[in-house]
Design a protein around this ligand. Structure first.
Ligand code: NAD
Length: 296
């Protein structure tokens, strides 16, 4: 049993914290949202009045926050977690944030003699509730070994991706592939429709041929071929277009900073930006098929 502080109890953090409670850990928590805090309390998390109150006596401090600016403000500065955490505490940031912020904050933790991991996730709210998330983890071997049993209470695939920031790098590279692939599958189904080729027939062929990919076989953007895909429930997420846009923008930011050439990633970010601006942000990201077909 470990004393764990959980900061950021939203759609993802809330159910993740409850899985830590179910695994027998003592969990203190904070979120500025009263409703998030009371949901967590109902699941056995001890609610606290601030992040620092939750974290002061914890051995492991986990954050699940919206973006890099939130992570910097919660960890750094005179009032930040790094200033108040007990010596030997382990920080695990599970938020999806920019690689540069992840490396900067981890470097500051290292300079203060504290261990920190970046551990963004895939699997969405469903995976957070079921405890089946995939964690992509950046940081030292020693910190990873310490974190693994904690992360196993919230996920089923725990992968060490290398040093600080590499968890974030893995997450945005993966989601850039996913965003590009979804657009490619969507365009192919839209073309097939114009050519008089039935969607189920294209699925039956391409799912056995070289066009095969996750966006086709698990998450098909047309209703019918994969009954569990969001296309069968009017594109309710799932993984929202707003989240996909966030990750594609992070990928472009990282590509620009690193001097990598990612023209399709840039194109995908642009298309998801337009889809989101025209009312698609709360839809599942596979709903881009309707936008690409000019159906809104
Ligand atoms: P969310 O908005 O539901 O939750 C974020 C929570 O952080 C909110 O409850 C908010 O009140 C809280 N918060 C904001 N500032 C805070 C602060 N200073 N201290 C403490 N709490 C603070 O978002 P979410 O869907 O839970 O996503 C969280 C992170 O997980 C994001 O980085 C997101 O990109 C990533 N992610 C989300 C999904 C998904 O499907 N929702 C999937 C993978 C990764």
């Amino acid at each position: 049993m470990t004393a764990i502080a959980f900061i950021g109890l939203g759609n993802m953090g809330g159910p993740m914290a409850l899985n830590l409670v179910k695994a027998g850990h003592t969990v203190t928590g904070f979120d500025p949202s009263a409703s998030a805090l009371s949901l967590a309390k109902a699941g056995g998390v001890t609610p606290c009045a601030s992040a620092n109150d939750a974290a002061r006596a914890a051995d492991v401090i986990i954050t699940m926050l919206p973006a890099g600016a939130h992570v910097r403000s919660v960890y750094l500065g005179e009032q930040g977690l790094m200033a108040i955490a007990r010596s030997g505490a382990l920080f695990i940031d599970c938020s999806t944030i920019d690689v540069a912020s992840a490396r900067d904050v981890a470097g500051k933790a290292d300079a203060a003699g504290l261990m920190m991991l970046d551990a963004p996730v895939s699997g969405g709210v469903g995976g957070a509730s079921a405890g089946t998330l995939t964690f992509m983890v950046g940081g030292s071997d020693q910190a990873f070994a310490r974190a693994r049993p904690i992360l196993e209470a919230m996920g089923k695939n725990i992968i060490h991706a290398g040093g600080a920031g590499n968890g974030q790098a893995a997450k945005i590279c993966n989601n850039m592939m996913l965003g590009i692939q979804m657009i490619s599958v969507a365009e192919a189904f839209n073309l097939a429709e114009k050519l008089g080729l039935d969607a189920q027939t294209l699925f039956d062929i391409s799912s056995k041929a070289s066009g095969q990919c996750w966006s086709l076989t698990t998450y098909c953007p047309v209703p019918g071929p994969v009954p569990t895909s969001p296309a069968n429930r009017d594109y309710q997420p799932g993984f929202s277009a707003a989240m996909m846009l966030k990750d594609l923008k992070l990928a472009q930011e990282a590509a620009n900073a690193a001097g990598a050439t990612t023209p399709l990633g840039a194109q995908a970010a642009g298309l998801y930006g337009l889809f989101a601006a025209q009312g698609g942000s709360a839809q599942d990201f596979s709903g881009i098929i309707r936008f690409l077909a000019g159906k809104g």
